[in-house]
Design a protein around this ligand. Structure first.
Ligand SMILES: *[C@@H]1O[C@H](CO)[C@@H](O)[C@H](O)[C@H]1NC(C)=O
Length: 408
């Protein structure tokens, strides 16, 4: 500016006499300077506001043009005008959020967990993370951990039932289930309530529910085949067994049970629909055997060695996994599954039969050494093949029969 004014001054000097020029310049300079200073910000405001106006019109063609009475002069406060446009632009976004919120609300359930121990807390984490409203009741005071998980804790079962949850999710231990169920004030619940259990045996809670619950209540028996240990990172691909034991005719009841199952579907569980009786048969031959072997090995106090094989590492893992479950659970698997006793007996027989084969083989080797080749070799060959017990459910031959059959 100073450069321009001196330049114009030198130009002017060629036309005007020195005296006149210096007088006029010294007289006008402060005014010129003041005008140029005040013009500088005003032009930038005008340019910016017209640009933002254009920008907003192009971006949001549906937003109305600025009101004609709004003066676009440099005195209009910039912040005020921008605020109006921002509100205008935010409205559709807000609207969509509200709609999606309302939609999400309708797919969420109010679930009351009864028995807030290890497993109840484990399930609660996922239920809360999926946006369901979770309540809990337990005989022990777990209010602190409930608060940390975002769960409302009720020490009194009456208070819990008066909250009218849509789903009552029993996470009790097998052996306490009957007492807990009988102590619940069922009359305080809504007439349409869904009862769900997650016990590791299925026929027992199914019969208990049918016996104790009013006919209006829906019943879903489930068994998530995983726990806080095996499902701590993800439930992806883990089996979830369920049996829709009783669902009322109303559409809302069918939808409610589907929504509950969706919780596990969404986590990637392998959903297996199966009758409670079938489950118990499979579980006795797999889960109960696993727990039993884990506990037998635990009694051996296996220790890690510098030369662990992969197989041995598997055994150590098995001990670790089964030892983290309570003895009550193991006892429940045995006591409340009618197929478990047969499996325990089969285990016993299998061990006896294995020992007999080993000792029988040893006996023959000793005899051969003592009496030379007087006796035939074919008997020995036959006994090398270890005999196998019949499959689940087949009649159990006496171990002596097995050995005799092999010898024939
Ligand atoms: C449960 O424990 C919390 C603190 O952890 C306490 O404030 C509350 O009074 C207890 N409730 C009962 C019924 O004992």
């Amino acid at each position: 500016m100073i450069f321009t004014s001196t330049k114009s001054a030198s130009l002017a000097s060629s036309f005007l006499s020195e005296k006149v020029f210096f007088f006029s310049l010294s007289y006008l300079l402060p005014y010129l300077y003041a005008i140029m200073l005040s013009l500088q910000p005003s032009t930038s405001i005008t340019r910016f506001s017209s640009f933002s106006q254009l920008y907003h019109r192009r971006r949001h063609s549906i937003s109305p043009p600025p009101a004609p009475h709004l003066p676009l002069t440099r005195r209009t406060p910039l912040r005020h005008r921008l605020q109006i446009r921002a509100l205008d632009a935010a409205q559709p976004f807000d609207y969509e959020t509200q709609i999606s919120d309302r939609f999400a609300q309708s797919t969420k359930l109010k679930i009351a967990i009864v028995g807030f121990g290890n497993f109840g807390q484990f399930l609660a984490k996922t239920l809360v993370s999926q946006g369901h409203t979770v309540l809990a009741h337990s005989r022990s005071n777990h209010s602190q951990i409930a608060q940390q998980l975002g769960v409302s804790f009720f020490s009194n079962p009456h208070d819990l039932c008066e909250e009218h949850p849509e789903v009552m999710l029993l996470c009790t231990s097998i052996i306490s289930t009957e007492n807990v169920l009988r102590s619940l004030p069922l009359q305080r619940l809504k007439r349409s309530t869904l009862f769900v259990d997650v016990l590791s045996v299925k026929e027992f809670p199914k019969n208990l529910f049918i016996q104790i619950l009013p006919g209006d209540f829906d019943i879903l028996c489930t068994h998530p085949m995983f726990g806080p240990e095996s499902g701590k990172d993800s439930w992806l691909g883990l089996p979830f067994v369920y049996d829709k034991v009783r669902v009322g005719n109303e559409e809302s009841r069918a939808i409610r049970i589907e929504r509950f199952l969706e919780i596990f579907e969404r986590e990637g569980c392998r959903m297996v629909e199966m009758s409670c009786a079938e489950h118990d048969k499979y579980a006795a031959g797999s889960q109960f055997i696993t727990h039993t072997m884990g506990r037998v090995l635990e009694k051996l106090r296996l220790d890690t060695t510098p030369i662990n094989t992969k197989g041995y590492e598997t055994l150590l893992n098995l001990v670790e996994n089964t030892a983290s479950d309570s003895f009550d659970l193991y006892y429940g698997l045995f006591m409340y599954n009618k197929n478990a006793m047969e499996q325990l007996e089969r285990l016993d027989l299998a061990f006896e039969s294995l020992k007999k084969e080993l000792f029988g083989h040893l006996h023959d080797v000793c005899r051969k050494q003592l009496f030379g080749k007087a006796e035939g070799m074919d008997v020995l060959e036959d006994q090398r093949v270890l005999s196998k017990l019949p499959q689940n459910g087949a009649a159990l031959p006496a171990p002596s029969d097995t050995v005799r059959a092999e010898n024939n």
